[in-house]
Design a protein around this ligand. Structure first.
Ligand code: GLN
Ligand code: ZN
Length: 772
């Protein structure tokens, strides 16, 4: 028979229960036992959901209190000394690595002060993992009570036989790095890590595990030879364990493995291979050819990264191809990746209209989908006729819905011309006109957009959402906030003001709520990192802008300001990336629709007297396809074009800014330059100023504001520190090119430190203004 399987289930629980438990524990309001019990309760609840849905292969060890890579760091004893030296309880040591730990000295305990390990994005998702950090001469040691074994036994006790999930040795090492000042090449540690995998697998077998999922998603990358060559020794060794270990299924996801197909042959003695057939259905043929004679294919046909109902017909067709070649017993129907990236259940959504609700499927619903597809394969389509018919109807409703298709939008896209992507004149002409209009001093100072989102702001927004205050009252409140920040910026003597974004709940949701084509959920949270969750809006149809979105606030702000006011928008790629995109049309089309809507907004801002407009694109870099090649080149092309389309409608004298909060722009520099923004602000304060060398090397002609201080911390940078930083920047950038600004928006900060930091920043800028 064709079995069904899930690669991982969301951890947070139906009401973000894990977030609440963790945060209460961190605040000292929950005991360690209560926290651990809550973890256990969630695991059991999630296994039971999958079991009740009829899933055959249910994962364990997919749960984590913070992050599953961090779990493995602890599992293998790869804990840097700066944490282990405190001899904390395992769970506290775990959190210390995940989020840092700072506790003052008490009578009984000495002070602890360690920052977190580095956290980075998990492949091209918005989930962040904790980066393994290795030492020269790194030793590993399997923890005394290995989590995968403990959780397998916990499920077994509840009568559920699970398939433990572990991160494979090559991926674990490849995702790691040498600690600061260390030279170790992580993959060279393979030989000392493998004995622990052997030991762990033997222990799982002893505990009764018949099968283990071993994740090697790094196979979807272009791998350096050293990493690629590590697969053979690793898997020769693990497959020689025979009956001493459970059966192993190697899982890859978020991309194809065709470029690494020779590695497939090193897996041939293993039980099975999982591939993502949602993202890359075309890899099926190659993978089928590369399987060993008895190997099982786990076919990932239910999207683990999105919220759309699975198209059963298409999924079944795909699985059918595999079944024809391998037979029913050698095919498993699976989620494309872990369901970690999908919200918990659609059941929680009480406000979704019936029409669109019928198009969605969250984790709980996807579990059900998998069992239906498996049943259709095993017992024939007639066995699930009703479900298939309902699904076909739902697909049809979505494809033909008025909400999905807006001929006016399509028509406008058809009419886009080459000239729409280009500003009227080249930069030298533009900047001269801008300078005449704006009259800015050298080293102009500005901020990135948001000012502290105070309790009061959130309170009033909440009241307004609940209907406790009228739109008029809310508008008055926002105007008062804007007046306050304008006054503060006057006092600080900044050069280009912002209105502070008090009206915005979130930089994407705010725009989504004002655009046609979007819908919103109330409970569809997904983990972003640790206890932090996001609730991305959903793009359901063609996007258009029924009315101006930000003009009222920006116009008001400009009208009460003596200096230039900067309008503030979220760019098309960031709107796309931080939403759930449609899966029925290419993302480039959605980006273009967003760009057209934003273009109108940009032009309207200009007509309203806002002559500096910033279009934020912090997600531009993360959208970059994982592998070099056509897809990546195409992405750069359409992403850049979307930005240009959204900004090129203005006059030469209007200054376009853009902002990025990441510093890894070296390999991406051409794309950033191609945006043709008059001024760029980038995160830079935590990086080496040497990174700015790319601007020199490429003779970048336009203006740049590399962040002069870190906004993630309440720490106030001194004036001298900022001056030093500017001095370093001047090694790479010319004085008439340099803007002075913080790393990012200030919404998460308090006013006290914000003002103090900005006073120092403005003084530092004035110092250089005098000097040059
Ligand atoms: N304008 C936004 C702000 O200041 C930018 C946020 C971001 O780049 N993440 O908050
Ligand atoms: Zn930013």
């Amino acid at each position: 028979m064709v079995q069904s399987s899930i690669l991982g289930f969301p951890r947070m629980g139906v009401n973000r229960d894990l977030k609440k438990a963790n945060e209460s524990y961190w605040a000292g309001k929950l005991s360690q036992k209560e926290l651990l019990d809550e973890g256990k309760r969630l695991r059991l609840a999630h296994w039971k959901i999958q079991k009740d849905a009829g899933i055959d292969v249910i994962p364990s060890n997919d749960f984590s209190f913070y992050d599953h890579v961090l779990d493995h760091i602890q599992l293998f004893g790869a804990i840097p000394e700066k944490y282990s030296k405190y001899k904390l309880d395992p769970i506290d040591e775990f959190f210390a690595m995940g989020r840092g730990r700072q506790v003052p000295q008490t009578d009984s305990e000495s002070a602890v002060d360690v920052p977190a390990l580095e956290m980075v994005k998990w492949f091209d998702s918005n989930y962040h993992y904790v980066k393994p950090t290795f030492q020269d001469g790194q030793q590993f040691k399997l923890s005394s009570n290995p989590k995968p074994v403990a959780e397998f036994l916990e499920a077994k006790e509840a009568g559920i036989i699970t398939r433990p999930v572990i991160v494979g040795p090559v991926t674990f090492l490849a995702l790691g790095k040498a600690d600061r000042d260390q030279n170790v090449v992580p993959i060279s540690l393979l030989h000392s890590l493998l004995p622990l995998y052997e030991d762990l697998l033997a222990k799982l077998k002893e505990a009764g595990a018949e099968s283990v999922q071993i994740d090697e998603p790094c196979l979807v990358y272009d791998l350096p030879a050293k990493v690629k060559n590590a697969f053979k020794p690793a898997y020769d060794r693990l497959s020689s364990l025979g009956s001493r270990a459970p059966e192993l299924t190697v899982a890859t996801y978020f991309g194809d493995i065709v470029h690494n197909k020779d590695v497939l042959s090193t897996f041939q003695k293993l039980h099975g291979v999982h591939v993502d057939l949602v993202r890359n259905p075309e890899q099926l043929d190659t993978v089928l050819e590369g399987l060993g004679p008895n190997q099982v294919l786990s076919a990932g046909v239910v999207d683990g990264r999105n919220i759309w109902k699975t198209n059963f017909k298409k999924a079944i067709e795909k699985v059918e191809l595999a079944v024809q070649k391998l037979g029913k017993d050698r095919v498993i129907v699976a989620s494309s990746s872990s369901l970690l990236h999908t919200p918990h259940t659609l059941e929680s959504e009480k406000n979704l209209e019936g029409e669109v609700r019928d198009w969605f499927s969250f984790a709980v619903e996807k579990a059900k989908e998998l069992t239906i597809i498996a049943k259709a394969m095993t017992a024939g389509p007639a066995s699930v006729r009703e479900e298939l018919e309902a699904n076909a109807k739902s697909m049809e409703s979505r494809a033909s819905s008025k909400r999905t298709n807006d001929p006016k939008v399509k028509d406008r896209q058809q009419k886009i011309q080459e000239s729409d992507f280009n500003r009227k004149s080249p930069f030298p002409t533009r900047i001269a006109q801008q300078q005449e209009k704006l009259n800015l001093p050298m080293f102009p100072t500005t901020t990135i957009g948001s000012f502290p989102q105070t309790k009061e702001i959130r309170l009033q927004r909440n009241k307004f959402t609940k209907g406790e205050i009228t739109a008029d009252e809310y508008e008055k409140f926002i105007e008062k906030e804007i007046q306050d920040v304008v006054k503060i910026q006057e006092e600080l003597d900044l050069d280009v003001y912002v209105h502070g974004e008090p009206e915005r709940n979130d930089m994407v949701q705010y725009f989504g709520e004002r655009l046609t084509g979007y819908v919103f959920t109330t409970h569809a949270w997904v983990q972003s990192y640790g206890s932090r969750c996001v609730r991305p809006p959903i793009i359901v149809g063609d996007i258009s802008r029924p009315a101006p979105m930000t003009v009222k606030e920006s116009k008001y702000a400009a009208s009460i300001s003596k200096k230039p006011m900067k309008g503030m928008l979220t760019g098309p790629i960031t709107c796309l990336r931080w939403s759930y995109p449609r899966d029925d049309i290419h993302q480039s089309i959605q980006a273009q629709q967003l760009a057209l809507a934003l273009r109108d907004e940009v032009v309207d801002l200009e007509s309203a007297g806002v002559f500096v407009i910033q279009v934020d694109e912090p997600a531009l870099r993360e959208g970059l396809p994982l592998r070099a090649g056509t897809e990546r080149e195409e992405y750069i092309k359409w992403a850049v074009e979307s930005f240009r389309l959204s900004t090129a409608g203005v006059n030469d004298s209007t200054q376009i800014h853009s902002h990025f909060c990441y510093s890894e722009f070296q390999d991406f520099f051409e794309a950033i330059a191609a945006l043709d923004a008059d001024v760029l602000s980038i995160e830079n304060s935590k990086s080496d100023a040497k990174l700015l060398r790319v601007f020199v090397d490429s003779k970048y002609p336009r203006h740049i504001g590399p962040g002069v201080y870190d906004i993630h911390s309440p720490r106030i940078p001194s004036e001298q520190e900022i001056k030093d930083r500017i001095q370093e920047m001047l090694n790479y950038l010319s004085p008439d090119q340099l803007w002075i600004d913080p790393d990012c928006g200030l919404k998460t900060r308090q006013w006290k430190e914000t003002k103090a930091a900005l006073v120092n920043m403005v003084n530092a800028a004035k110092f250089y203004r005098q000097k040059y």
